[in-house]
Design a protein around this ligand. Structure first.
Ligand code: SF4
Length: 889
C-alpha cells in the first residue's frame, strides 16, 4: 500500500464521510499513516465510527484516476481542459447556456462548490447546477425556508445531549450518523431519565436505546405530527404566548391538523397501536426539553417538505426552539451538504443563502461577482436535469465527485441518458465507476488527504479539511480544475485564484455583503483571513460576524426569524401518503438506505477488507411472513422488480422488517456486483417543492431467483466472472471474494475455471457431477492463489475458514485435503460467523460462544472477554441484541 513519504507530521482534518463532521488527527510517518479521532474537535471529542476509523486504509492509489483521459486516451491537463472549455463554449454558442449543466456533490469542499456555482450561475448564465445533496436534504432546506425564512438549522449537537426527550424520525441514526448516536447513547446512559423514541417502519440498530419504537406505516409521518399538534392543544401543552409573539400561521396549521386528529384515527392511519401512540403523545406533551431529529425517512418523500414542516410546527407551537435541549434537527447525510447549501449548490439557490425569488437578490450576487451573464431563474433540479439530458435539451454535463448512474432514481435511464449525451465530463478520484464509464473526458481530482479547504457539518460548524499527503499521479484539486476551465472559457479575471484561502475569503465577504442581519448565513468575520489564520482555522459555528465574533451555537434564541416580519411560520399541512401505492403486480414497498460500514457507492469503504465483513453482498431484508408468502428462503437469492428496473440480492429474513415492506441498501453497483443497483428500481417521483426523490417508497415484487448452480471464488486477484449471472465481489484480507451463481451449467467446470483464472499454478480439483459439486484450488510455490467452490445448492463451506488459508505461507497436504473435502482440518474452527465487530474482527458465533461459555450478560462483559465493541463502538447495538434480544415497547 503506497503511503506518503513526506516528513513526519501530524495534521488535524475532518472525516470525509457523513454530515456529523468528525475531527481526525492524522499522523504521517516514514512507515505509513495512522489516524485517530481528534479529542479537541467539538463534533466528536475523539470518537470515530467504523468508517472513520478505517480511513487510513483507503489512502493507497488502488483504483485511482491518475491522469486526464480524453475518449479513453491519456491526455495532458492542457489538452483535457481545452477540450472541456471548448466543448462547453461550442454548445453554449449553438444552443444557449441552458444546454449545459453541472452535477456536483456534497463531497466537494466549500471552496470547490463556490467556484462551480459562480461559474455556472454568474458567468455561463444558467442555473443548471445541482448537487447529489438534492437526493438527501433538499427537503429540509425547503422546510427551513418555509418555517424560518432561511435555511438555518436551529440546534447544535449539545442540545441532543441536553434534551430530556429525543425523537428520531426516519433515521437509522446508529448507522447513518454513528458518532452523534454514540453521543446520545452516552448521554442517556449517564442520565437514564432521558427518553428516546424512534419513529421508523423498520426496527433498526437505533432502537437499541429506544424507550419506544413506533413502527409507523411507510409515509404516514405527517399524520403523526399533525395528530400530535392536535393532541398538544387538547392537553393544553402549547405555548400560546410564544405563538402569539413569534409565530404566524397557527390557526391554519391547527385547522389542517384537525382532519385526522383523534388518537384512534391517527393510530389507524399510522399503523401503530393506540396505546403506543398515546404514550408518545404524552411523553412529548410533558417534556419541555425535546429534540426531534429527522433525516432521509422524512426527506426522501413525495411530500417530504410537508412532513418536515409538520415536525417543525409542533416545535414552534410549543415554543421548543432556540433554547438548550430543544428544537427540530435535520441531520445531513454528506460531509459538506451544508457547505453546498451555503454557496448555492442547489439549482434553485444563489450563493450566500440567497435565491431567485426576488430581483434584488439576483442583482446583489451579480454586482458582487461583477457577473456578465447572471442567471435570472432557477435551474433544473437533479431528476429534471437528467431527464433533460435524456431528452437532448442538455447537451453537455460535467459531473463532479459523484456517481449518479448508481445513486439517481431510475438509474438505468440515467445511464442511457449519459451514454447518449453529446459531451460528458467527469472529475473524480476513482477511475472505474458506473458513471466514469459514460464519460468522454475524465479529469483526475485530488482525494481526501490531498485536498485542502473547508466543510460544514449538520450543526453549522465549519471545519478545515487539510491536506497531509501529496496528490496521486496528476490529480488536481477540484477548485483548480474548475477555475482552469473558467479561465479557458474567457473568465480569467474572475477565476484567478491561487489557493483555496482566497476563495474562502471571497465566500465570507459575499456572506456579509449588504447583509446587515437580513440573512442567517453570515461568516463575514472570516473575511480576509491570512493564510496562516485560514490554515489554523478552528471549528466554528455560523453566524460569525461582528455581532457574534466567536460564532453562534444555537439560533432563534431571541424569537426572531428571517421572515419579513420576523415571525416563524407554521405551515398548514394536508398529509399525503406516497404518490404510488402497491398493487397485485408490485405488492411490497421497497425502502432504501445505508448499512453500517459502507459509504455511498463504496468507492472508498469498499477498499477496506474489514468494512466488507459485516455485509459483503447486496441483500433484501424481508419480514418472515412476506418471505413465506413469496416463497423466499433466508440465504437464498431473489430478484426484485419494479416498474423501472430489476436487481438481484441475497434474502435476509428478519423480524425487524415491517410486514409489507422490504429494505435494500443503496451502496452496491456494477463495480462490486452484477445487477445490484437498487436505484434502477426507484421511480423518479419527487417532492413538488424540494425536488427530492421518493427513495423510500417504491412498489416492487420479490421473487425467488433459482440459479442452476451457485458457489464462491476466493482469489488473490480480482476476477471477471462474466459467465456468472450473479456475482458480488468484495475485498477480504489478502484475497478477493466473489459470491456467484449461474443459470446455465457449463459443459466442463475445469474449462470454465481456466477461462476465469488466467494465472499459472498447480491445480488440484474434486468433481462430483452427479451431486453437482466441483472444487478446485490453485497453488503457487505452496501458497494458495485461488479456490473455486461450486454446488447445485447452498451447501458450501464457510468462507471464513477458506479465507484464512490465504494467510498461510505454505499449504500442506492436509490443508489441501481439507479444502477439496470442503471441511476444515480437525481442530480448526470452521466459522466465527458474520463479522459484528469490524475493529477487532469478531464474528457473531464467537460472541454467542463466549456468552454461553462465560455466562456473559452485558455488552461490557463481552467487551472484556473479546474486546468486541470496545473500538469505535459502532457494533454495540448488535452486541446488545445478541446478549439480550431487544426490549423496546
Ligand atoms: Fe466520519 Fe463516522 Fe464521524 Fe460520520 S460519524 S463523520 S462517518 S467518523
Amino acid at each position: 500500500m503506497q503511503k506518503s513519504l513526506a516528513s513526519p507530521h501530524t495534521t488535524r482534518s475532518t472525516c470525509p464521510y457523513c454530515g456529523v463532521g468528525c475531527g481526525v488527527e492524522v499522523s504521517v510517518a516514514a512507515d505509513g499513516i495512522t489516524l485517530c479521532g481528534d479529542q479537541h474537535h467539538p463534533a466528536n471529542f475523539g470518537r470515530l465510527c467504523s468508517k472513520g476509523a478505517a480511513l487510513a486504509d483507503t489512502l493507497d492509489h488502488e483504483g485511482r484516476l491518475l491522469h486526464p483521459l480524453v475518449n479513453g486516451q491519456r491526455a495532458s491537463w492542457d489538452e483535457a481542459l481545452d477540450r472541456v472549455a471548448d466543448g462547453f463554449k461550442k454548445i453554449i454558442a449553438e444552443h444557449g447556456p441552458d444546454a449545459v449543466a453541472f452535477y456536483v456533490s456534497g463531497q466537494l469542499l466549500t471552496e470547490d462548490y463556490y467556484v462551480a456555482n459562480k461559474l455556472m450561475k454568474g458567468f455561463i448564465g444558467s442555473a443548471n447546477i445541482d448537487t447529489n445533496s438534492r437526493l438527501c436534504m433538499s427537503t429540509a432546506v425547503a422546510a427551513h425556508k418555509r418555517a424560518f425564512g432561511a435555511d438555518a438549522v436551529p440546534v447544535c449537537y449539545e442540545d441532543i445531549e441536553a434534551a430530556d426527550l429525543v425523537v428520531i424520525v426516519g433515521s437509522n441514526y446508529a448507522w447513518a450518523h454513528p458518532v452523534l448516536y454514540q453521543r446520545l447513547a452516552a448521554a442517556k446512559k449517564a442520565r437514564p431519565s432521558m427518553q428516546v423514541v424512534v419513529v421508523d417502519p423498520r426496527r433498526t440498530a437505533t432502537c437499541d436505546i429506544a424507550d419506544l419504537h413506533l413502527a409507523i406505516a411507510p409515509g404516514a409521518d405527517a399524520y403523526l405530527f399533525n395528530g400530535l399538534l392536535h393532541f398538544l392543544r387538547r392537553e393544553d401543552a402549547l405555548d400560546l404566548a410564544y405563538v402569539e409573539a413569534h409565530v404566524e400561521g397557527f390557526a391554519a396549521a391547527f385547522e389542517a391538523a384537525r382532519a385526522v386528529s383523534s388518537i384512534p384515527k391517527v393510530a389507524q392511519v399510522c399503523g401503530v397501536a393506540e396505546t403506543q401512540l398515546s404514550e408518545f403523545f404524552q411523553m412529548f406533551a410533558r417534556t419541555e426539553r425535546t429534540v426531534t431529529i429527522f433525516s432521509q425517512g422524512i426527506n426522501q418523500s413525495s411530500s417530504g417538505v410537508d412532513k418536515a414542516n409538520a415536525i417543525i410546527n409542533v416545535h414552534l407551537a410549543t415554543g421548543r426552539i432556540g433554547r438548550p435541549g430543544m428544537g427540530p434537527f435535520s441531520v445531513t447525510g454528506q460531509p459538506n451538504a451544508m457547505g453546498g447549501r451555503e454557496v448555492g449548490g442547489l439549482a434553485n439557490q444563489l450563493a450566500a443563502h440567497l435565491d431567485f425569488s426576488d430581483a434584488a437578490s439576483i442583482d446583489l450576487v451579480a454586482r458582487f461577482w461583477d457577473a456578465p451573464h447572471m442567471a435570472q431563474a432557477p435551474g433544473l433540479k437533479a431528476v429534471d436535469m437528467f431527464q433533460a439530458i435524456a431528452a437532448g435539451k442538455i447537451k453537455a454535463v460535467w459531473i463532479m465527485g459523484t456517481n449518479p448512474v448508481v445513486s439517481m432514481p431510475d438509474a438505468d435511464r440515467v445511464r442511457a441518458a449519459l451514454l447518449d449525451c453529446e459531451l460528458v465530463v467527469v472529475s473524480d478520484c476513482v477511475q472505474h465507476t458506473d458513471t466514469t464509464a459514460c464519460a468522454d473526458i475524465l479529469l483526475p481530482a485530488a482525494g481526501w488527504g490531498e485536498k485542502d479547504g473547508t466543510v460544514t457539518n449538520s450543526e453549522r460548524r465549519i471545519s478545515r479539511q487539510r491536506s497531509f499527503m501529496p496528490t496521486a499521479g496528476e490529480a488536481k484539486p477540484d477548485w483548480w480544475i474548475i477555475t482552469q476551465v473558467a479561465q479557458r472559457m474567457g473568465f480569467a479575471a474572475a477565476f484567478s485564484y491561487a489557493k483555496p484561502a482566497q476563495i474562502f475569503s471571497e465566500h465570507a465577504l459575499l456572506s456579509g455583503f449588504e447583509n446587515a442581519g437580513k440573512r442567517a448565513f453570515d461568516i463575514s468575520a472570516l473575511t480576509k483571513l491570512s493564510d496562516v489564520k485560514y490554515d489554523a482555522l478552528q471549528p466554528v459555528q455560523w453566524p460569525l460576524n461582528n455581532v457574534a465574533p466567536n460564532g453562534t451555537q444555537r439560533l432563534f434564541a431571541d424569537g426572531k426569524f428571517y421572515t419579513p416580519n420576523g415571525k416563524a411560520r407554521m405551515v398548514a399541512v394536508a398529509p399525503q401518503l406516497p404518490a404510488v401505492t402497491v398493487d397485485t403486480d408490485f405488492p411490497l414497498v421497497l425502502n432504501t438506505g445505508r448499512i453500517r460500514d459502507q459509504w455511498h457507492t463504496m468507492t472508498r469503504t469498499g477498499k477496506v477488507p474489514r468494512l466488507n465483513t459485516h455485509e459483503f453482498e447486496p441483500f433484501v431484508q424481508i419480514h418472515a411472513a412476506d418471505a413465506q408468502f413469496h416463497q423466499l428462503q433466508d440465504g437464498g437469492l431473489a430478484r426484485l422488480t419494479s416498474r423501472h428496473g430489476s436487481m438481484l440480492a441475497r434474502v435476509q429474513v428478519s423480524e425487524d422488517q415491517r410486514h409489507g415492506s422490504v429494505f435494500v441498501p443503496m451502496h452496491w453497483n456494477d463495480a462490486f456486483a452484477k445487477l445490484a443497483r437498487v436505484d434502477a428500481l426507484v421511480a423518479p417521483i419527487t417532492d413538488p417543492i424540494s425536488g427530492q426523490p421518493e427513495s423510500k417508497h417504491t412498489p416492487v415484487r420479490v421473487e425467488p431467483y433459482k440459479p442452476v448452480w451457485q458457489g464462491f471464488v476466493l482469489s488473490r486477484t480480482r476476477l471477471e466472472l462474466a459467465d456468472a449471472s450473479y456475482c458480488a465481489s468484495s475485498w477480504g484480507v489478502g484475497y478477493w471474494r466473489h459470491e456467484i451463481a449461474g443459470e446455465t451449467l457449463p459443459d466442463n467446470w475445469r474449462s470454465w475455471v481456466k477461462n476465469a483464472w488466467h494465472g499459472s499454478g498447480d491445480w488440484q480439483e474434486y468433481s462430483d457431477a452427479a451431486m453437482g459439486r466441483y472444487r478446485a484450488a490453485c497453488l503457487n510455490e505452496g501458497k494458495l492463489d485461488a479456490v473455486f467452490f461450486i454446488a447445485s445448492d447452498q451447501r458450501l463451506p464457510e468462507r471464513e475458514w477458506v479465507g484464512n488459508l490465504f494467510g498461510k505461507a505454505v499449504l500442506d497436504t492436509a490443508d489441501m485435503g481439507a479444502l477439496l473435502a470442503a471441511r476444515p482440518r480437525k481442530g480448526v474452527a470452521s466459522d466465527t460467523g458474520r463479522t459484528v465487530c469490524a475493529c477487532f474482527g469478531i464474528g457473531e458465533k464467537t460472541i454467542r460462544q463466549a456468552i454461553q461459555k462465560h455466562g456473559l450478560n452485558s455488552v461490557e462483559a463481552v467487551g472484556q472477554v473479546l474486546k468486541a465493541g470496545t473500538g469505535c463502538g459502532s457494533c454495540v447495538p448488535e452486541i446488545r441484541r445478541i446478549v439480550s434480544p431487544l426490549q423496546v415497547s
